[in-house]
Design a protein around this ligand. Structure first.
Ligand code: LLP
Length: 490
């Protein structure tokens, strides 16, 4: 163990502490079965990362199947317990957009969860995995007629309709087939949550959902949401199951979920009364946050579930209604921490930077520069677009060995032709990190593989799942042939 008391670099952001032990894993960022082995190498369920590199190459997404299943169960148990006395439990739809392949669909099904999809392609994965259509939901703000037909062919449990326009199309298509589509209406409750805080009066100005604001239609006092409820009750092709909302992603505090739940319940009760209907379902969406760095402290699922249950319980009592069946759609909170990305280090260079030019300059003396080490790895923004897209922070650890070298402020970058191609903006790594070392970046299970691209004709990495001490590819990495075989050459 190398205990050090080096001062923080003036170039480092304020939140980044110099780790007491550079070799230690901050466990909340990792799958439960990842640890260093007796040789000091990072291993997952006993399999050392060098072995994974030998078999599958790098970059590589390394996922713990056991951890995925455990997190899926834990989430589902927490919500089922909290809502047991309210509506007999909760239906948990895993949000496939975060990471989807047919193995994952099977795990989801085996753990008693359902599946949320957002396109015809995601439905194709669901169909390949053989999950019953009744356990699948389809989202999307611009579903094609083909996707709506596919949803009806697969007899989906729910189509989440996003607009009045789409409601009419779904109704017409279903009626034309002599069927009824099971529909939820996605509403925008005017609650926008982002990680630590939420805004309860904003966010009308976005593409998703039917507005609940009273001035959102031409008719005074009529919201787009109510207009859709009224229209849905009149279509032979629609079975209106209920209402849906999703307030954001990577949210830590339960307050925003609670405010949205109350607002939706009040609206649901008003619609039931006004149109003499029963809306048996209410979906409160996903968005539960995870830790990406040691300063992230998301609440445990049970705490969020209890807070949401308390609001649903008291609001239903206040309204004098029976609670609808509640469902949720977590993606990131189930898959995010199950996976790390394994990279090999290539080029290294150190630049000297004037602290005055950085955001955290503080009271640094003038004309003094500080080192920042650029550590290039063999992937980058093509396998993790989140730092570029959302300024997302990650952490990284030297995986192929331990080191007693001093910590050095480093920036892990990819191999793409963009200066913004950053994987981990700020992290302390041992100063002896060298070409050929392996780095692991935890927390890459959600929205990394899913958002991956072939920029610069890089092959997208494979995904390896580890279970009971053995590893297998669940998505193979692309080959050069894959990269070339859509090039028509004409
Ligand atoms: N339900 C709906 C309707 C959604 O739109 C989403 C995510 C989810 C559920 C799942 O949210 P989760 O529990 O995974 O936060 N690419 C961004 C996140 C986009 C989220 C899109 N919708 C990122 O990497 O942060």
């Amino acid at each position: 163990m190398n205990t050090n008391n080096r001062a923080a670099s003036p170039l480092a952001p304020e939140w980044l502490a110099v780790p007491a032990d550079l070799n230690a894993l901050h466990q909340p960022l990792w799958a439960g079965d990842v640890d260093r082995n007796d040789d000091g190498e990072l291993a997952i369920d006993g399999i050392p990362v060098s072995e994974l590199q030998r078999q599958y190459g790098t970059p590589l997404f390394v996922m713990s199947e056991g951890d995925f299943r455990a997190r899926a169960r834990a989430f589902s148990d927490a919500f089922n317990n909290a809502f047991a006395d309210i509506c007999g439990g909760v239906d948990v739809y895993y949000a496939g957009k975060s990471f989807l392949c047919s193995s994952v669909v099977r795990w989801v099904e085996e753990e008693g969860l359902r599946l949320d999809t957002a396109s015809g392609g995601e439905l194709a994965v669901a169909a390949r995995a053989g999950i019953p259509g009744a356990d699948v939901a389809l989202h999307g703000n611009n579903k094609s007629d083909g996707e709506i037909h596919r949803a009806l062919d697969m007899k989906l449990g729910r189509i989440v309709v996003d607009s009045l326009d789409e409601l009419q199309r779904v109704a017409k298509i279903a009626e034309g087939r002599g069927e009824q589509a099971k529909v939820m209406l996605r509403l925008t409750p005017g609650v926008h949550a982002h990680t630590h805080e939420f805004i309860a009066t904003a966010h009308e100005d976005q593409k998703f959902g039917l507005s609940m604001a009273a001035d959102s239609t031409d008719q005074a006092g009529l919201s787009a949401a109510e207009e859709a409820v009224a229209a849905a009750t009149g279509y032979a092709g629609i079975e209106l199951l209920g209402l849906h909302c999703h307030i954001g992603s990577q949210i830590f505090e339960p307050d925003g979920f609670a405010v949205a739940a109350e607002k939706l319940l009040r609206f649901l009760a008003a619609m039931q009364e006004k149109y003499s209907i029963v809306l048996p379902e209410l979906d409160l969406g996903g968005g539960y946050g995870i830790a990406y760095t040691p300063v992230d402290t998301p609440r445990p699922a049970a705490e969020i579930a209890e807070a949401m249950a308390a609001v649903v319980r008291s609001t239903c009592a206040d309204l004098g209604i029976t609670s609808p069946r509640i469902s949720i759609e977590p993606g990131r909170a189930i898959v995010g921490s199950t996976t790390f990305t394994l990279y090999e280090v290539g080029t290294l260079k150190t630049v000297r930077v004037d602290a005055d030019t950085t955001a955290t300059a503080g009271n640094q003396p003038e004309n003094v520069t500080y080192p920042r080490r650029y550590v290039s790895v063999d992937g980058g923004m093509s396998d993790n677009a989140r730092p570029v897209l959302y300024d997302a922070d990650y952490s990284a650890i030297l995986a192929s060995r331990t080191s007693t070298a001093a910590p050095e402020l480093s920036r892990v970058v990819g191999k793409h032709c963009e200066s913004g191609d950053i994987v981990v903006r700020d992290v302390y790594l041992p100063e002896d990190v060298a070409a050929g070392d392996l780095l692991a970046v935890p927390g890459t299970g959600a929205y990394c593989w899913a958002l991956s691209s072939n920029y610069n004709y890089l092959a997208r990495p494979g995904v390896v799942a580890v279970r009971d001490g053995s590893a297998r590819l669940i998505v193979r990495g692309e080959t050069e042939e894959d990269l070339l075989n859509r090039d028509m050459g004409v």
